[in-house]
Write a protein that binds this ligand. Structure first.
Ligand SMILES: Nc1ncnc2c1ncn2[C@@H]1O[C@H](COP(=O)(O)OP(=O)(O)O)[C@@H](O)[C@H]1O
Ligand SMILES: [Mg+2]
Length: 229
């Protein structure tokens, strides 16, 4: 398994006590598959991604990314693991206004080394893979919301991550575009063998995923297919 969480519990300080954001959560995500995570606001979905991304260390339990147990890693070790193996797509694209679509991706390569030429080539390949061939030289204000989100996804793939973590990429998009982003992510998972976890509010189209799980109050359960999907 490329991403494995075993019995992960995560709490945050909350007044005098602790708030349990993740309660003994276990999840295996094989390469080449997409798992969707649904559930109400505040149920722990983003916390699940943060733990999988090694951005927060759980109180207990184990997170294994690309064969590496993360519990014993230093802060620097976790950062290196993220750089090498994890792609993260947050809800807000956070693109740099002055950079073109291709440059947004090329910057990622500068962080992890490699030639500028190779980075340019890879950036153009990825933009094509997300359906933005021909728009590589546009700046964010020259792109639609859906196009910006595709740049965001392509950018997360620059380091060829084994694990791709995506937090509600469709909430800013209309229904049809949301479906297109989901299809894109499922296709990318297959093509690039990434273990993808997608947090989504959009309950339609979940039949396109390999699996859907549901968070409720920090606990994870397999979700039945939504009615009418
Ligand atoms: N950094 C934090 N500090 C304290 N509490 C937090 C923090 N992040 C999230 N929480 C709390 O943890 C619970 C789960 O939050 P979150 O994982 O963001 O849920 P979701 O993404 O499903 O809306 C919520 O009660 C939230 O208020
Ligand atoms: Mg969230």
């Amino acid at each position: 398994m490329t991403l494995t969480l075993t019995d992960v519990t995560l709490t945050y300080p909350d007044g005098e006590g602790r708030l349990t954001a993740l309660d003994r959560v276990s999840l295996d995500v094989p390469p080449g598959t997409l798992t969707a995570v649904v559930g109400p606001s505040g149920s722990g979905k983003s916390s699940l991604l943060a733990a999988a991304a090694t951005l927060v260390a759980p109180d207990s339990g184990e997170v294994v990314v690309a064969g590496t147990p993360t519990a014993g890693l230093s802060r620097a070790g976790r950062a290196a693991l993220r750089r090498e193996h994890i792609g993260i797509v947050f809800q807000q694209p956070n693109l740099l206004p002055s950079l073109t679509a291709a440059e947004q991706l090329q910057v990622m390569r500068h962080l992890s080394g490699g030639s500028a030429r190779a980075a340019r080539r890879r950036a153009l390949d990825l933009l094509e893979a997300v359906g933005l061939a021909g728009l590589a030289d546009r700046r964010p204000h020259q792109l639609s919301g859906g196009q910006r989100q595709r740049v965001n996804i392509a950018r997360a793939l620059m380091n060829e991550p084994a694990v791709l973590l995506v937090d509600e990429p469709t909430s800013a998009l209309d229904h049809e575009r949301g479906a297109a982003v989901l299809d894109l992510l499922v296709g990318l998972a297959r093509e690039r063998a990434t273990a993808t976890v997608l947090v989504t509010h959009d309950l339609a189209h979940l039949d396109r995923t390999d699996r859907t799980v549901r968070m409720d109050d920090g606990r994870l359960a397999q979700a039945p297919a939504p009615a009418g999907a």
